[in-house]
Design a protein around this ligand. Structure first.
Ligand code: FES
Length: 140
């Protein structure tokens, strides 16, 4: 049994409670106003989706493609978010080779009640590229 299986996985309606946002427009190449080829973000997204096929949290953690999270000069960019948890934004992720680290960090995020990701515990690829750590909403 993994640590993740001990935790409530959905909001009771079968909907994922955690989101991994992946910027699909990062590392795009434009020529004469047109996108050339596949962006780095699209490649990273594809790697994450492929890897997530065997991820034990694939039902609990939705991978959502988004267009630009305003950190374009720090591509590639992903974010972790969940209700009641800190939201993290990470950049400087390599197109190739960072997907497994992103999912490893997402798994850590999932197991933490408040989402806190201490630097020392994060995978190497996500130690330096942190761009934002936003507190959870306070509903009180
Ligand atoms: S294009 Fe990815 S953050 Fe702006």
């Amino acid at each position: 049994m993994t640590a993740a299986t001990n935790i409530s996985t959905t909001n009771g309606f079968g909907v994922s409670t955690h989101s991994l946002f992946v910027c699909k427009t990062c590392a795009s190449i434009w020529q004469e106003g047109k996108l050339v080829g596949e962006s780095g973000g699209q490649k990273l997204l594809q790697c994450l989706q492929d890897l997530a096929q065997d991820w034990d949290l694939r039902e609990q953690f939705s991978i959502q493609e988004v267009e630009c999270m305003s950190a374009c000069n720090r591509s590639c960019v992903v974010a972790f978010a969940a209700q009641g948890k800190i939201t993290y934004l990470f950049g400087d992720l390599a197109v190739e080779g960072s997907a497994s680290a992103v999912l490893e960090c997402a798994s850590q995020y999932y197991t933490k009640p408040n989402g806190m990701l201490p630097w020392s515990e994060r995978p190497e690829a996500l130690k330096k590229g942190i761009l934002a750590r936003i507190p959870p909403l306070s509903l009180g």
